[in-house]
Design a binder for this molecule. Structure first.
Ligand code: NAP
Length: 311
């Protein structure tokens, strides 16, 4: 209990309970005087726990000169200043693999919801339009569709396998070709021109900011659908909103946004867009597994054992 741990944001409740039962946790997010808390911890705090959406910035890291580990609840580490950590010998861990299936499932659910208008159809029934207007206007089949995946990592691969089971054709874009059976496109605009559905599954951060650009969305076109389970930063959000509003993009299924939890009112108003509150990994099963890995990395570090999942 004596070892201090700085917690940047609330975690999955059972994980946070276990963390707070094991170590002397200080809640940064609730501290009224954050500068005073950092100064109190400056000479003792070696471990920070955070989550993918919160991360930790250099202005906080620099107040903790004894810091040795940032354990992140989540796989995306784009909100952690990795350059600072690397330069100062601070290890970073995340929670890969354990969330892959859930996030890939949600990507496919969003693709199905967008192509088959599942959410609009639900409203159709609830609003009595089945009775007053008859059946829903026809939608688009998944079988045979061309699905382009931006980022064929763990989650992207899971999405490809699932889409293949639905009879879709698969291609992918990323920094390098992979030893897989699916077609590789080095040029994202070219893949978007080919695709009926574009699914973003790459990391966020400076290197991927806006890679799903206006030109990519234009290439996807008025019959095309865009699914984003990556990060809001990977798409030019104003261009996405404009394309959907003006009918130059067919539909979208979005789990992530530029400025969460704020979702542009224009997107909320569009009936052919399916919106989710960034919960790709949001099942008890997966959050439990993510929590276990987050805690086990902290325990391993305090025990002097190798970290389980260093970034
Ligand atoms: P991963 O295994 O590291 O895969 C990331 C893939 O993106 C890699 O294949 C990488 O290519 C590729 N990539 C890197 N830069 C790229 C670029 N500029 N353009 C296209 N592809 C690029 O990570 P993962 O476990 O699949 O997770 C991927 C991301 O999903 C996370 O970073 C996070 O942002 C997001 N995520 C979202 C949720 C959610 O709730 N919605 C949950 C978990 C994760 P190389 O292999 O060639 O380096």
């Amino acid at each position: 209990m004596t070892r201090p741990v700085l917690l940047m944001c609330p975690l999955y409740e059972p994980t946070q309970h276990e963390l707070e039962s094991s170590w002397a946790v200080q809640r940064f997010y609730q501290a009224k005087d954050k500068a005073a808390l950092l100064s109190e911890l400056a000479q003792t705090c070696e471990v920070v726990v955070t989550a993918g959406g919160r991360g930790i910035e250099a202005s906080v890291l620099s107040q903790l000169p004894r810091l040795k580990l940032v354990s992140c609840f989540g796989v995306g580490v784009d909100a952690i200043d990795l350059d600072y950590c690397k330069a100062h010998g601070i290890a970073v861990t995340n929670t890969p693999d354990v969330l892959t299936d859930d996030v890939a499932d949600l990507a496919v659910a969003l693709m199905l919801a967008s192509l088959r208008q599942v959410v609009a159809a639900d409203r159709w029934v609830r609003e009595g339009r089945w009775v007053s207007q008859g059946g829903l206007p026809l939608t688009t089949q998944v079988r045979g569709r061309r699905v382009g995946i931006v980022g064929l990592g763990r989650i992207g691969h899971g999405i490809a396998q699932r889409c293949e089971a639905f009879g879709a054709q698969i291609a992918y874009h990323g920094p390098r070709r992979k030893p897989v059976q699916w077609a590789y496109h080095a040029d994202l605009v070219e893949m978007a021109s080919w695709a009926d559905v574009l699914i973003a599954a790459c990391p966020g951060g400076a290197a991927t900011r806006g890679i799903v650009s206006r030109a990519v969305l234009e290439a996807l076109g008025p019959q095309g659908h865009f699914v984003n389970i990556a990060r809001g930063s990977v798409v030019d959000q104003p261009a996405l909103v404009q394309g959907l509003t003006e009918g130059r993009l067919g539909g979208a299924g979005l789990d992530v946004f530029e400025d969460e939890p704020c979702v542009p009112a224009e997107l909320i108003a569009l009936p052919h867009v399916v919106l989710q509150p960034h919960h790709g990994s949001g099942t008890h099963d997966t959050r439990t597994a993510m929590g276990r890995l987050t805690l086990d990395n902290v325990t391993a570090w305090f025990a002097g054992r190798p970290l389980l999942t260093p970034v």
